[in-house]
Design a protein around this ligand. Sequence first.
Ligand code: MN
Ligand code: MN
Ligand code: ZN
Length: 279
Amino acid sequence: MQIGCHVSISGSIDKAVDNAIERECSAFQIFTRNPRGWHAKELTKDDITNFKLKLRASKIDRFATCAHMPYLPNLATPKEDGFEKSVKTLINEVERCSQLGIPYLVTHLGSHLGTGEEAGIKRLVEGLTKAGQTKNDVMILLENTAGQKNSVGSDFKQLGEIFKQLKPKKKFGVCFDTCHAFVAGYNLKDKDSVKDTFVEFDRYVGIENLKILHLNDAKGELGCNLDRHYHLGLGGIGEKGIAAVVKFANKKKIPIILETPIDNERDDFENIRKAKEFA
Ligand code: MN
Ligand code: MN
Ligand code: ZN
């Protein structure tokens, strides 16, 4: 079982590995820099060496690590300058992952901002394809979305159609977020519905393309389109559903990453422990 959570790089990027070990993670996700701005300070030689050395010394498999794109880029935007900046950021993040030896970069598919799905998807495919031309082994993972207004990629069929247009194939994969799928209308409440949802996902996207699973319960109910993550077993998906997803991911050997909240109810330590219990 490969399981962990999103960890902070606060202080220096190699601290992420310490944070992961402290939380008994066998998988983890990071932002390679501050996710709230456009600017990214270049990684120094020391940053890269220290991160790689620590990761190698840990028991964590490199292929159970990933980075997540920052928040501001929107690859489906109709705005010319915003699009250029977003693609530049995506390419830069791919290169940073390559420097750090991180094999996967998770990205959202963006918002068409009311200009229509077709136009948004065209932009998105153009941007992703550009980033796919970079010469390295980093795979860009498309994350299914919660289905908020104007967002692209919450529907598996649409996600599959986007995915099929991307070249070269080896540069792209997918990341499945359980909260997003559930609030987008895909039931995950029990063993049977989990099975049905992944059959549907397999049909349009292909399970073989699934490289990372984001395990989050949902604050809202099935189909509410509300992107609010919640503690495992305590949200709309519930214990039975989360347990079934954990078992499915383990069977398929897909690393599990938690993006659950930290509050009075629980922290990362407790949510990770819970997930291991469910297994
Ligand atoms: Mn995400
Ligand atoms: Mn996610
Ligand atoms: Zn989310």
